[in-house]
Design a protein. Structure first.
Lengths: 234, 234
DNA sequence: AAATAGAAGTGTATATAGTACATTTAAAAT
DNA sequence: ATTTTAAATGTACTATATACACTTCTATTT
């Protein structure tokens, strides 16, 4: 059957990862970008990417790229879109599938980060990116906004324990607008997916704010019975 | 610079089109499928697909496949997802990007259809499909349901002139559940995007039902000012 | 010409969800 | 004891979603 494929052209295939993090102190959404220490485009900023190999699936390739860069596995990751314009990469014809990942900034080892030339850059002040990476980022941002409205993926960006203030700050950073405190709390608490801890966060106030944990098991159980997460608030 | 790419593997890249149509008489959502008259998988059912060529973008490839099959251009089309598992195609390693398209069944020339071995098959009674095509279809169906809720893409499946009953039937076919007649009409009419015609459809009732037209220009204008289409009804 | 039949067309009351908004509470620091 | 700072809290109002049954129109039949 080999002859069937004889005249069919083959292509370079890449994956590019849009890696989101959230800085709980600066209250800013960030992107993990690579300052290229190699040609082509030395010194310029890009997403973390890599070519798809013979023996790996697309998802595998994306995981590999993400893993190599961060040293982390089991991260939240999702395929987004495939960019197939003829001249998107000036070096060669490369088709690239974008993935977006959510990681807690605190989980990232600064050593590995440094070694790979990876830097967290604030969403509100991104450098110019190579090729069509900015377009990829914009699509990923849209997706993130829509996603956190109806799926509890925002928690991937926070530590296990977090306060309601921190959670609200995260949503404000993603939505890029202020959110009403009482409505936000009413809505998230009414879902009964947060377990209040017997412990307070005391860094940012005298009174201290109660820690909560997201109860994944409970969410899964509810979701199985037709429950829909919703934090699309004013 | 050529040496940079010397050790990078290349891959076969395909596109597969999930082509939706709506049968206004049978009130059924349909898929345009190919009964293969060639090897491999002769006699089996598949989506319309094709390999990405050297000189065309992914979108171009999808348009070409769609155009060749239907003889139509300027159809509604959207990239969906890229399937990159190692063994999804038993013949060779092929990575495939799926697109979904919406066309009016009535627009399709039966001659071209016949020539290409294309057949409309009801969504509620699909044959077994090759490879992972069924998975592609299921994802496309989900996407269609979500899409018609908040974008006026359903009209792509209807003729220019349609009745409110026909529009409701379409939504019921897509949502796969009945929809409240008065609430549906209230909602669609309150958006003021349908222009009532001076003409009735008289095939299906003595009284006749008024024809309407979707006003695209008005929609675009409203959307530019922050309006959101919504037909997520009970 | 009156009666019939069959689908199109219509409105209101209720329930639910979304929104706007200001004061009290806790605890550390002085 | 007082001050200061951020956390925590509830209610009234508005808008949207939902449930639901009868009337209208007109071709066809009698």
């Amino acid at each position: 059957m080999k002859h069937l494929y004889a005249n069919i052209p083959k292509h370079y295939l890449a994956v590019d990862c849009i890696i989101f993090g959230y800085d709980i102190v600066e209250k800013e959404l960030k992107l993990l970008l690579i300052k290229r220490s190699f040609e082509p485009a030395l010194g310029r900023w890009s997403l973390a990417g890599g070519f798809v190999q013979e023996n790996e699936s697309l998802d595998d390739a994306a995981c590999r790229v993400l893993c190599t860069l961060t040293g982390l596995s089991d991260l939240y990751m999702e395929q987004l879109y495939t960019y197939g314009e003829m001249n998107r990469d000036p070096g060669a014809r490369v088709i690239s599938t974008s993935y977006f990942a959510l990681i807690g900034i605190h989980e990232l080892d600064p050593e590995i980060q440094k070694k790979n030339g990876a830097h967290w850059r604030s969403i509100s002040n991104l450098p110019e990116l190579i090729f069509d990476h900015r377009i990829m980022v914009d699509r990923a941002l849209n997706e993130l906004v829509e996603k956190v409205k109806v799926y509890p993926v925002g928690f991937e960006l926070l530590p296990e324990k977090f306060t309601l203030v921190q959670l609200q700050n995260l949503y404000e950073a993603i939505y890029m607008r202020p959110v009403d405190k009482r409505n936000f709390r009413k809505k998230i608490l009414s879902m009964e997916l947060l377990d209040k801890q017997d412990e307070k966060e005391r860094e940012t106030s005298k009174k201290g704010a109660w820690y909560y944990r997201f109860n994944v098991e409970k969410y899964r159980e509810l979701a199985r019975n037709g429950f829909f997460f919703n934090l699309a608030v004013s």
